[in-house]
Design a protein around this ligand. Structure first.
Ligand SMILES: [Zn+2]
Length: 106
């Protein structure tokens, strides 16, 4: 039996779905930096979210995805895929890092 990966946020919840998005941002000199953003649906963190709650509810009710119940999952999954966005960079954490850099702490 395989063990499901744990959620990177709570480190305990089961990861139900992973979306990998190409993510580009500008570095200090304005050059593009390409990366990959992972957005996960966690059975624990995302149960109360209106967007991901139905996905969590589906997996709570069904042990696995079966053809006869696929429609129940496809709709919330598609909604999530349409709206999921990489997390915005944390401005405050960035500022603190820049300040530390100027102080020579990094
Ligand atoms: Zn979690």
């Amino acid at each position: 039996m395989s063990v499901a990966p744990a959620c990177p946020r709570c480190r305990a919840g089961e990861v139900l779905a992973v979306l990998r998005l190409p993510h580009t941002w500008a570095n200090a000199s304005g050059g593009p930096v390409r990366g990959m953003s992972e957005i996960v649906v966690c059975a624990r963190c995302d149960a109360g979210d209106p967007l991901t709650g139905p996905i969590v509810a589906y997996f709570a009710a069904h042990d696995q995805v079966r053809p006869e119940s696929l429609d129940q999952l496809a709709r919330p999954l598609r909604r999530w895929l349409d709206r999921a966005r990489p997390p915005e960079p944390d401005e405050q954490a960035l500022e603190a890092e820049i300040e530390a850099w100027y102080r020579g702490d990094l």
